[in-house]
Design a binder for this molecule. Structure first.
Ligand SMILES: Nc1ncnc2c1ncn2[C@@H]1O[C@H](COP(=O)(O)OP(=O)(O)O)[C@@H](O)[C@H]1O
Ligand SMILES: [Mg+2]
Length: 275
């Protein structure tokens, strides 16, 4: 892992302590299902046959929530959001949106059902203009372009200002706005964001967190993966710490932020690296 300044001994002690937590973290019970907009329960999935990366992950999202997913590199955070978005086969477990199974639906079916996804990398078409990128966002409903563009540009004024520029000519932060804008063009009810602040300057990171809160305040429920764990927990309603494709800790953002075990095992070095 590239997060910490710790020595080899400290790193292996940390690893052992994390393994201990995972051994004792039992299956998560979802409880009353009717309270959730989205449920991923005991999901197993992976890239190579027979090799699971997600080893029984559970995550829930209520209407109006921002839910954060944090955890070490390689924990399976991106894999979880990709699986929710139908990009990987659900081998075991269930994924439901408003009580209906969406496991193994195609990405475009999910987009039609109101799920938007912004991948971690390569999330804009660099040779297309900003406007064309946003048109791609509504290729399923091209007639809505004008109205949607106006609403999305109200949230991200930059998209109007840079409308005719090629997305590839924009800075990393600006491209992230294009990617988020594109996902919002279909007026999703759930937005999946994979590390929206990765590689951005601190000013743009702040802006992204602000935008996420703003998007959420317009009624979009958000699941966001973040490396910037502390900042993420500060703004999210609830958070999940994933490790080795399992749930290590779950709680409100504030609970996780102040949990001594979470701090020691998952926030200490990340915080040192980020601050
Ligand atoms: N396309 C892929 N093919 C095979 N293995 C992959 C692929 N993408 C990710 N993995 C593996 O899955 C594990 C989890 O990766 P990922 O979900 O990207 O982690 P995170 O987002 O938490 O850093 C890692 O061990 C990674 O090497
Ligand atoms: Mg990732």
């Amino acid at each position: 892992m590239s997060d910490g300044p710790e020595s080899k001994e400290e790193a292996s002690a940390l690893q052992e302590a994390r393994e201990e937590v995972l051994e004792h973290a039992g299956a998560q019970s979802v409880g009353d299902r009717s309270q959730y907009l989205l449920i991923a329960e005991e999901v197993k999935a992976g890239y190579i046959p027979e090799v699971n990366i997600l080893n029984g992950c559970t995550l829930t999202l209520r209407e109006g929530e921002v839910v954060g997913i944090i955890g070490p590199n390689g924990a399976g955070k991106s894999t979880l959001v990709k699986t929710i978005f139908g990009l990987l086969t659900v081998r075991e477990g269930t994924i439901e949106l408003r009580g209906e199974s969406i496991a193994n639906c195609s990405a475009h079916e999910l987009v039609s059902s109101g799920v938007g996804y912004v991948p971690q990398t390569q999330n804009v078409f660099p040779t297309l203009t900003v406007e064309e990128n946003l048109e791609m966002g509504v290729f399923l409903r091209p007639k809505t372009f004008r109205e949607r563009f106006a609403e999305v540009a109200a949230l991200f004024p930059l998209l109007e200002q840079r409308r005719r520029q090629k997305a590839g000519a924009l800075s990393g932060g600006e491209r992230q706005m294009v990617a988020m804008g594109r996902a919002l063009m279909m007026k999703p009810s759930v937005l999946l964001l994979d590390e929206p602040t990765a590689g951005l300057s601190p000013i743009f990171q702040d802006e992204v967190f602000e935008r996420v809160k703003q998007i959420n305040s317009t009624g979009v429920s958000v699941i966001m993966v973040e490396q910037n764990a502390r900042r993420c927990l500060e703004i999210c309603d609830r958070g999940y710490v994933l490790d080795q494709g399992r749930n290590a800790y779950t709680g409100s953002g504030a609970e996780l932020l102040h949990d001594p075990n979470v701090i020691e095992l998952y926030l200490g070095t990340l915080a040192a690296a980020a601050d």
